[in-house]
Design a protein around this ligand. Structure first.
Ligand code: FMN
Length: 215
């Protein structure tokens, strides 16, 4: 099979990112871009981000997860702590998050350290989830092989019965991680491939320094 994609070419012309317009703290630029995408390009699923980890097999692996909260401290997502990504993070907490917002021709790449959030924060988020999602979190032994779809659905039906009329408790293998950033790069597509890239790095005194990178 062969599919030559050499002619796939798009000119990026929707914006610009100048160093003089960027704040000292990259989280403020993140918030500005997030709001802009949410308002003008909601079809881009603004809070969907790619999480890359270094696996126990030494290979990097990327998958999409949903950003559920961000603060000056970092980026929070929820998952199964015993999943492939959970095991990878336990062995090596250095991770990468990235966003590609197609509509505005923007990308953000974040390197950081992932750590579990405190349990009562995970409890609070778990309690806010729809009941179906709560039960599925219990049912799914995420990343492990299962014999069939029917097996999963039967397990869910059994749990629905077991928890009928009862609040579903958060299982201890499910919860949040916060990724505390050490580097954040903002990429704005420009014409003729002369893209804008502004890169922030956290120094030893916990101050952000910023530089423009060559496209
Ligand atoms: C749009 C989208 C959102 C997702 N959100 C999450 C999420 O918030 N948490 C999660 O554990 N998996 C989420 N997933 C599934 C993951 O991409 C992945 O399949 C799963 O977490 C298992 O990954 P692992 O085996 O590498 O641990 C999402 C997938 C997509 C496509």
């Amino acid at each position: 099979m062969e599919n030559d994609l050499g002619n796939y070419r798009k000119s990026y012309e929707k914006g610009a990112l100048l160093l003089k317009d960027t704040p000292e703290n990259p989280m403020e630029l993140f918030q500005k871009w997030f709001y802009e995408i949410d308002e003008h390009f909601p079809e881009d699923e603004t809070n969907a981000m790619t999480l890359s980890t270094i696996g126990l097999d030494s290979y990097p692996k990327s998958r999409v997860v949903l950003l559920k909260k961000y603060t000056y401290e970092g980026f929070i997502f929820y998952t199964n702590y015993t999943s492939e990504k959970g095991k990878a993070i336990t062995a090596n907490p250095n991770v990468c998050l990235s966003f590609f917002w197609h509509g505005a021709e923007r990308q953000i790449i974040i390197k950081g350290k992932a750590e579990k959030i405190i349990e009562n924060l995970s409890d609070g988020y778990f309690d806010s989830r729809p009941r179906g999602s709560q039960l599925s979190a219990i049912v799914s032994n995420q990343s492990e092989p299962i014999e069939s779809r029917e097996f999963l659905e039967k397990k869910l039906a059994d749990l629905e019965q077991r928890f009928d009329g009862i609040e579903v408790p958060r299982p201890d293998f499910w919860g949040g991680y916060i990724v505390k950033p050490v580097e954040i790069e903002f990429w704005q597509g420009r014409a003729n491939r002369l893209h804008d890239r502004i890169h922030y790095r956290l120094d030893e005194s916990f101050f952000w320094t910023k530089t423009r990178l060559s496209p």
